[in-house]
Ligand binder design. Structure first.
Ligand SMILES: Cc1ncc(COP(=O)(O)O)c(C=O)c1O
Length: 465
């Protein structure tokens, strides 16, 4: 007969749950040690037709079960049904390549339950996280007044920044009261921008692009024929589009925004890391104009999930929007003490000190190692582009944008690309999903793992002969 939780009574493991268990600790540490030692990390399989119901049946019970048996089930069934995003053969969407130091320190963050909500609770970790934010804001060309916090991902970062942009526009433009506000965005902006605008109830002024890049000329052309240009209160640009790695005209758009007191936000979730690049850093000079920007260390800055940096030129604007007031929180908001509460800068209250893994890693390896690793992603993209150009059956669609390469296999239909992609994964050669480019299904490589080799690229391309 099935026991209900409240029937478990005095026989439960409630005390044991909080006791140090050397056996279980060794078990988990051993597992983590083996995972960290995997070289290279195998791709494994994602949405395979495993019978999860059968595999998971009976695991959650009133009395609990042996940790070894559960870990075994995780190892044999669950972990095999996850494509390893940190495999150097994962070249779809946006991959991840967390450094060993960042992964190890993520375990410290977990083992220590590091809370980075308020200065009162977590001054130490917040100071260390802020050191990383300062490194990033200086790379963008902002002064040391800039600041923000780490959030769970680019989508939350974009939303948190854009709601501040909306509120500032409402505060600064009383004449617009009762009228709908608009943000100028390009048709290439990431889907999370459209989602954020829906949530904050702001309309998009969609600016068509020339060759998929949002430029000041295009913005001016659209504003010139607009009936209501004063309702456009912000510009949202992308520092590396997800599909093609294209960096918008940050300099032109940013300068215009500054001159016209519009909020300028740059979504650098994927590509913002290339600010550090010796090869493409020039494309990011216009970052110095931003009011807010995001860059995701869990993408091209080699941190574990989930970690996005959100930075404001004037953090006090963000505070006006995001500070949560409640009787029990008054204690963390003492204006005179000038303390830094990450909760004041985004849509969140309780938060893990998720910036600590990248902090530790940056300290251990040094910033030059990061610059070199970002450059590696660009170089492998350039190499792949050359090989594609020299291949009789392949066509490069455009020069790689940052570390993304789009190409076609002559004569292939949608089905060919899908079958090829599935077979590549089945054979554990690569995870390369197709995308759409100007309505056509094409192949796409997203590089960023420094251990993706020229040989791996050759092996994948050989399957398209
Ligand atoms: C340009 C851009 N913005 C936003 C996002 C969303 O980031 P996240 O998946 O961390 O929410 C992505 C994700 O790939 C992206 O490439």
């Amino acid at each position: 007969m099935n026991m209900l939780p409240w029937d478990a009574g005095v026989m439960s493991n409630a005390n044991e749950m909080f006791q140090f268990d050397p056996g279980m600790t060794d078990l988990i540490f051993e597992y983590c040690r083996n995972r960290l030692a995997e070289d290279p990390v195998p791709l494994d399989f994602g949405g395979i037709a495993t019978n999860f119901e059968e595999a998971l049946e009976g695991l959650i019970t009133p009395q609990g079960q042996d940790a070894r048996a559960i870990l075994d089930r995780y190892d044999k069934v669950i972990s095999k049904a996850i494509i390893s995003v940190d495999s150097p053969r994962f070249l779809s969407f946006i991959p991840a390549a967390p450094t060993k130091a960042s992964l190890l320190f993520d375990m410290v963050v977990s083992a220590s339950s590091l809370n980075g909500t308020s200065w009162l609770e977590g001054a130490g970790t917040i100071a260390a996280e802020n050191q990383v934010l300062k490194f990033l804001s200086r790379a963008a060309g902002l002064d040391d007044h800039a600041g923000g916090c780490f959030v769970s991902g680019g989508s939350t970062g974009n939303l948190s920044a854009l709601v501040v942009a909306r509120d500032r526009a409402r505060r600064n433009n009383p004449a617009l009261a009762g009228r709908r506000l608009r943000f100028a965005v390009s048709e290439e902006a990431h889907s999370s921008i459209a989602g954020a605008l829906r949530v904050i109830d702001v309309d998009a002024l969609i600016v068509p692009t020339i060759d998929h890049r949002f430029t000041i000329e295009q913005l001016l052309a659209v504003l010139e024929s607009d009936q209501d240009p004063e309702t456009v209160v912000a510009i949202v640009a992308t520092g590396g589009t997800t599909n093609a790695g294209i960096v918008d005209d940050l300099e032109g758009l940013g300068q215009y925004a500054r001159e016209h007191e519009l909020w300028f936000h740059v979504d650098g979730a994927y590509g913002g890391a290339a600010m550090l690049s010796t090869l493409r850093g020039d494309l990011f000079k216009g970052m110095r104009h931003v009011d807010s920007f995001i860059v995701d260390p869990h993408k091209w800055l080699f941190a574990p999930f989930d970690c996005a940096a959100l930075i404001y030129r004037n953090p006090e604007e963000a505070k006006k929007t995001h500070t949560q007031t409640a009787a029990y929180l008054d204690i963390i908001h003492d204006e005179e003490k000038q303390e830094w509460n990450p909760t004041d800068y985004a849509i969140h209250l309780t938060r893990r000190s998720r910036g600590l893994p990248i902090w530790f890693s940056l300290c251990v390896y040094g910033t030059d190692a990061y610059v070199a690793a970002v450059d590696d992603g660009i170089r492998i993209a350039e190499h792949a582009a050359h090989v594609i150009e020299a291949h009789p059956n392949l066509e490069l669609i455009r020069p790689p944008g940052l570390s993304i390469v789009l190409f076609r296999r002559k004569g292939w239909s949608d089905e060919h690309y899908n079958e090829w992609s599935e077979k590549l994964l089945r054979d554990q050669i690569g995870f390369v999903t197709p995308t759409k480019w100007e309505g056509e299904t094409v192949a796409r490589f997203a590089f960023l793992h420094p251990e993706t080799s020229n040989e791996m690229v050759a092996e994948i391309l050989a399957t398209m002969n």
